[in-house]
Design a protein around this ligand. Sequence first.
Ligand code: GDP
Length: 555
Amino acid sequence: MGANKPKPPSAARNLEVRPRAEGANKPKPSSAARILEVRPRAEGVNKPKPSSAARTLKSGRNSHNPMHAEDTIAAIATAQGESGISIIRISGPDAIAVADRVCLDRNRNKRIKSFAPNTIHLGYAADADGGILDEVLVSVFKAPSSYTAEDTVEINTHGGIYVTHRVLDAVLAAGCRLAEPGEFTKRAFLAGRIDLAEAEAVMDVISSESEFARKAAVSALTGTLSGKVRDMRERILYETAFIESALDDPENYDLDGYAEKLREKTLALIREMSALLSRASDGAVLKEGIRTAIIGKPNAGKSSLLNALSGEDRAIVTEIAGTTRDTLEEKVRIGECVLRLIDTAGIRNTEDVVEKIGVSRARSAAAEADLLLAVFDASKELAGEDEEIASLVREAAARGKRAVAILNKSDLPARIREEEITALLEKGPDGCVAEGDPGAASPAVPPVSVPILTLSLAEPFTGLEELKSEILSLFGAGELMRSREALLVNRRHAEAMAEARAALQQVLAGIDSGVSEEFYAGDLMAAYAALGRIIGEQVDDDLAEEIFSRFCLGK
Ligand code: GDP
């Protein structure tokens, strides 16, 4: 791309749209030189100042938006249900005045306005007529030292559903509106207290269901990923600024031999991005839970496997073939991860309408799964249905999906051996891939290597622990858990980084084809912009809106 551009892109022009990190004022072309002089690279890891997205949203482009930050909002921040306490959070310029209208101190005086910031007080919440609603604790935070970076008051009520709503009603009647889902966190983002990756991490911490998901979310929340991204952006910006400066001021900035230096620096960036990206897809799968389809002919032991893994009688186990007609999803924790198990209807040719739906679901579940657990009944001769199972496994493996073949019922006299399963998976039923079989892998697909484990799912189970560790190792869970590096587990972030890497690869292509330096600047800035989307420096309003709307109410 770099080599074919009709006109050298102006780094200066790109720098003009550049967001916050480089100072509040738009730099003029000559300011590129200033950046080189006054901005040491290490600065990139500092906490963000208000992001450009924040400025854009605040600056009126978004004034139609109900989620603007000028008014005062309130919501119940705790889960709805009976509990020890509930918290009502109020944020915005009138937060303290609103709380003052509702809350009394322990002597039943209205004194909230005079409370020192960051203090907690025992008192009462009262309705408009002065009737006491509940005994409460009132916490007062002054801007910018609060979650939202605005004045914030949190009222801890007793955790009854009714009493909490009565206090919330009193707060709303005292002069604020109900917050939208995620609006408190959005305000923290708009105020520049956290960046977009950190805001998303808040939601990820809340929704994490496994140690891996929690660890990845906290790593993003504490800014590990953002710091890495900022550092990369600073390094890219430095090069852009250098090129621009050299073009503006060739006497002081020498481009002789620069292409080779840029090549090395770009390669280093590409390597760092590749290291993050290489683990991104497994990380995302582990974070969200491994979508696992259990497939096998009727009675092979699929429901028994689901039950054994989940440790409870979730799916109905029966001796009548074909009773598991629908699909069930069960979340099962194994080690530090979660399997999202889908028990599929037995795969077989059937005239039964209900079962037909189940069979097609089994096929589509297999197509969607990150992991296939293919169950074969070792106590029965291989049947045509097993061939279909094997072909589903081959297709999945050919698409880069993981699969484990399970030779079940090892407690009964064996009718099939492991080698037969190996042969079936590698070559198909007759030692070659059957032509014209719509379910079979195409002859072009190379033989797949799928681990085969022998299990018994009749009590006492055997082989279950081996199966669990095999699954974790297939997804590199141990290595990812031990990693102290930033983890790129959010698919949106991974896409943006892949785009940034592609742009840097264009820079390399430009250097290799010997085009002049100014051509690189456009691709460097494309990489810079793509990285900016991760932390929210360059996001459009719709994306920010979409991300925050996924939050729960009161967060
Ligand atoms: P599905 O149709 O594939 O879901 O199979 P089920 O899990 O419902 O199992 C079918 C029958 O096989 C049930 O009676 C199970 O108790 C039995 N079964 C499953 N696994 C084993 C095993 O490892 N050994 C023995 N002996 N029986 C098993």
